[in-house]
Every structure is written in structure tokens, then in C-alpha cells.
Design a protein around this ligand. Structure first.
Ligand code: BG6
Length: 489
């Protein structure tokens, strides 16, 4: 792998601590970091290299899925880390950083390939990108890459502005936009499973599939992020990015060979282009907007959203969204995709359920016969599994159908974290599981009428008790079409 200098903005932040350092450590243990590898952690706070390394070690001991067996391998890993104080707006600090980076690269005899990881608020992206360029940090002979985290904009217009600014310093091929749902191993498996199983390829159409249900429920509430969350809501925080990415990954049809990243991203773009647009006037019929009220989660009483610290008592922010979407193409025409995501739900669960049609239903089924639909279920987190639900008759009670499950489960300790996959791919320059600008733009475009309808109050805000599956209107969205959310207890 190419020698790499990893320049991390926001090195003392929460994401670095919880996700980035543990991911790097696991890549190191698996021999997936370059031989010549340096990390320059940057932050506003003064820190010595020793203190910085102690912080990185603490993060690994607290959050890594694998723990260091002995001190020496950990020390070898920490040896790569250095720290510099940097004020994001001060070009002098970037000039100083460039000298340090060049010295280190010369000492390692390494080519100057540089990855700039912006683990900071999006309001700083433009300043950092242009200072990287102005200081010459990005003009070395090797490659350069920019890794940024969502949110990419606040709406269609701001996303376009942001992209315009970033593209003055980095080309599209050099920008790696992290949507951590694309790093989840089960989401990545969706592509491989479809490509390598003719039976799935044959089934993946409106001839056999009745509907698709995509759920990302969380038990946590707004936590300490009131300032951020109250301005974005579930629609921007989860729906515009993670949920639409899940939809794209599920709905793409890939050729029967190992696809290139270009093929995958082009097919995803096609899915977004085929998504039937929603007009502002139709949002209320197809989208449910919810907000949690007080309730109980796993035996513990929790406050309602508007009683959370930092949230105004009259906030109309959405903490839940459910929507019905349709893809108007040859494969999916007529198959509803139901998507929902919410905070303070009954359980933490991200899953995709594919419900198959019952071709013989009308002709053979007696009215009182309760058949169980065939389902293919991808559990994405917290546990990973794939289950095929078939139907059989209970020998004890002849005539009664009961579900039979064919199961595949992963051992969660063996499964890499999303960030391991993504950082490894960014180091390798593989953009397959990063969001291309076209996808981001099309997602905002699709979501914009929902944002407008929410702002203009065209969609009623439904409250739901914490610890439930969301507002009743979410069940009605499916019931209207003769379906129900599968696996809601
Ligand atoms: C983040 C959102 O992108 O994803 C959070 O900002 C949310 O609000 C989180 O809690 C959920 O991620 P996961 O991996 O726990 O499902």
C-alpha cells in the first residue's frame, strides 16, 4: 500500500476518539495500514505528542473491538502519531504543518501521499479545504484525498454551494464522502450477495417482491446534541443520507461479475433518478412526521423531546419520519418502498425486510386461512444476520401455518466496524462505498419538497410515546396498501 500521511483535523474530538482511532488500530492489527504511515493529529488545544499518544491509547482501550495483547504492538502503532496545534483559520499554522509533514516524509523516505480527514463541523470544510490548497499541503507530487463526514449541506442549495467550494481545491475523484452506513459490513454484503447468487438476481424484481421495508430505529434520544439536532431533525440527520443510501444499495441491479466502483455508483445514481419525485402537496399523504413524547424504554421513564435540555418547549422538530417511495423503472415499478427512522423507539434495530408476493393468493386461499408471507430479512445492526422466513404447517395443529427460519448469523467480534472498512478503502483509494456528489445532490433534490412541506407546516406533527414504534400514522401508511411493518412486536 502507498506510503501515506494521514492529516486529521479534529483529533481531540468525539468521533476521533470513539471511531477513528479504534478503526485505525484494527487496520494496523490486520496489517492493512501502509508500512510508511504517519498521523498528524490537529486541534486547537495544546498537547504534547506523548499526551496525544496517551489519549489515542485510552481511546483504543475503551472503544476498540480488539484489545492490544501486548504493549509492543500498541507502541509500534502509536509511534506513527504526532500532534500539532492548528487554528483552522490561520494560514501560518498550515505552513508550519507543511514543514513538519515534509520533514517526517523525508525521514521515512516516503512518497508524499496525503489523506486529509475532516472530523470537524461542516461549517469548517470550506476554510480547511482552501487553506490546505493555499499552504501547498496538497501540491506534493503524490496523491491527495479529502475525507469528509456528513452532513453535506443543510438543503439542496447549501449542498451545491458546499460542493462548489470544495471542488476548487479537490476533484470529485479526490473527495471521499463518508456515510458510515455504507461502511456497515451487511450493507456491503448486499452488493456481493446479489452478484453471486442467481436465485436472488431472479427474485429481485416486481414480479416476486410485494414491498420493501427499511427501518433504522434507535432507543437513544437527542442526547447532548440539541444544538445540532433541533435544526436538522430525522429527515436531514438520517433520512436524506443513511436511509436513501440503504435504498440505493438494495435496489441496484448489478451485472454478474465483480463490479467496478464506477459501475456501482452509476447504478446507484440510476436508482435515484428513477425515484418518483414527491411534490410538496403530496408530502402529507406519503410522509409521516413524528416527535417523541415522554414514555418508557426498557423499564426506564424518559422525557419527551420538548422537555430535553436545550430544546424549546414549542419545537416542531421531527425525531421520526416514515415515507413511502416508488422507483419507476423496469425492475421496481409498482413495489412500494417503506422507510422509517426514529429516536426513542422501542428497540435499536436497523434492518431491511423484503416481503414476497403470494402469487396464488386469490385462487387458493380461503378467507379464514392466515398465511405467513415469505420474507428475506437483512439485520444490519446491532446484530448482523440474514434470515429467510418460509412458512410451514404445525404438525401439532394441522392446518395452522407457522414461520420457519433459515438463518445466517455473524459473530459480532469478528465483524469489522464501519469505520475500519471506510478508512481502509480511503487509504486504498477505493471510492465504491463513499457517496458520490451525484447521489448526494439527487438525494437532496428528492428530499427538498419534504423540507419545504415541513417548514410550511403542511404535514401534521404526530407525537408518539417514547418506547413505541412511532405514531399510528406510520402503521396506516402501510395498512392503506394492505401491509404492516414486519417484526413490530
Ligand atoms: C448518525 C446520526 O449519522 O447516525 C445519529 O447523526 C445517529 O443521530 C447515528 O444516532 C446512528 O448510527 P448507528 O450506526 O448507531 O445506527
Amino acid at each position: 500500500m502507498d506510503a501515506t500521511t494521514f492529516v486529521l483535523f479534529g483529533a481531540t474530538g468525539d468521533l476521533a476518539k470513539r471511531k477513528i482511532y479504534p478503526a485505525m488500530y484494527n487496520l494496523f492489527v490486520d496489517g492493512k495500514l501502509p508500512q510508511a504511515f504517519s498521523v498528524f493529529g490537529l486541534g486547537r488545544r495544546e498537547l504534547t505528542d506523548e499526551k496525544f499518544r496517551a489519549n489515542v491509547e485510552h481511546s483504543i482501550r475503551t472503544f476498540s473491538r480488539r484489545q492490544p495483547a501486548d504493549g509492543s504492538s500498541l507502541n509500534a502503532f502509536l509511534e506513527a502519531f504526532r500532534y500539532s496545534v492548528l487554528d483552522i483559520g490561520r494560514i501560518e499554522d498550515y505552513n508550519k504543518l507543511l514543514q513538519l509533514v515534509e520533514q517526517r516524509e523525508a525521514a521515512l523516505g516516503a512518497d508524499p501521499n496525503r489523506l486529509f480527514y475532516l472530523s470537524v463541523g461542516p461549517e469548517f470544510f470550506e476554510t480547511i479545504a482552501s487553506n490546505i490548497q493555499a499552504s501547498g499541503l496538497s501540491s506534493a507530487a503524490g496523491w491527495k484525498r479529502l475525507v469528509i463526514e456528513k452532513p453535506f449541506g443543510h438543503d439542496l442549495q447549501s449542498a451545491r454551494n458546499l460542493n462548489k467550494h470544495l471542488s476548487r481545491s479537490f476533484t470529485e475523484d479526490e473527495i471521499f464522502r463518508i456515510d458510515h452506513y455504507l461502511g456497515k459490513p451487511m450493507v456491503q454484503k448486499l452488493e456481493i450477495l446479489q452478484q453471486s447468487n442467481p436465485v436472488l438476481q431472479a427474485l429481485w424484481t416486481n414480479r416476486h417482491i410485494a414491498n420493501v421495508q427499511i427501518t433504522a430505529n434507535e432507543t437513544v434520544g437527542v442526547e447532548e446534541r440539541a444544538g445540532y439536532y433541533d435544526h436538522v431533525g430525522a429527515v436531514r440527520d438520517m433520512f436524506q443520507n443513511h436511509m436513501l443510501q440503504l435504498l440505493m444499495m438494495l435496489a441496484i441491479h448489478l451485472p454478474n461479475h465483480n463490479s467496478t466502483s464506477d459501475e456501482v455508483r452509476t447504478k446507484k445514481k440510476k436508482v435515484m433518478e428513477a425515484l418518483e419525485p414527491l411534490f410538496k402537496e403530496d408530502v402529507a399523504f406519503n410522509v409521516v412526521r413524528g416527535q417523541y413524547a415522554a414514555g418508557e424504554i426498557q423499564g426506564k421513564a424518559v422525557a419527551g423531546y420538548t422537555s430535553e435540555p436545550g430544546i424549546a418547549a414549542d419545537s416542531a422538530n421531527d425525531t421520526f419520519i416514515a415515507a413511502k417511495l416508488q422507483i419507476d423503472d423496469y425492475f421496481w415499478r409498482g413495489v412500494p418502498f417503506y422507510i422509517r427512522t426514529g429516536k426513542r423507539m422501542k428497540e435499536k434495530s436497523t434492518r431491511i425486510v423484503i416481503e414476497f408476493k403470494e402469487p396464488l393468493k386469490q385462487s387458493s386461499q380461503k378467507n379464514d386461512e392466515r398465511r405467513i408471507p415469505n420474507l428475506l430479512v437483512f439485520e444490519i445492526s446491532p446484530n448482523e444476520s440474514i434470515t429467510l422466513q418460509l412458512s410451514t404447517r404445525d404438525p401439532q395443529h394441522r392446518g395452522e401455518f407457522k414461520p420457519m427460519f433459515i438463518d445466517f448469523r455473524s459473530d459480532s467480534h469478528e465483524v469489522p466496524e464501519a469505520y475500519e472498512n471506510l478508512i481502509g478503502d480511503a487509504l486504498n483509494g477505493d471510492p465504491t462505498f463513499f457517496a458520490h456528489w451525484d447521489e448526494v445532490e439527487l438525494s437532496w433534490k428528492w428530499v427538498q419538497p419534504i423540507l419545504d412541506a415541513f417548514t410550511e407546516n403542511l404535514v401534521p406533527l404526530q407525537t408518539y410515546a417514547a418506547g413505541t414504534y412511532g405514531p399510528a400514522a406510520s402503521d396506516e401508511l402501510l395498512a392503506r396498501d394492505g401491509y404492516r411493518w414486519q417484526f413490530d412486536a
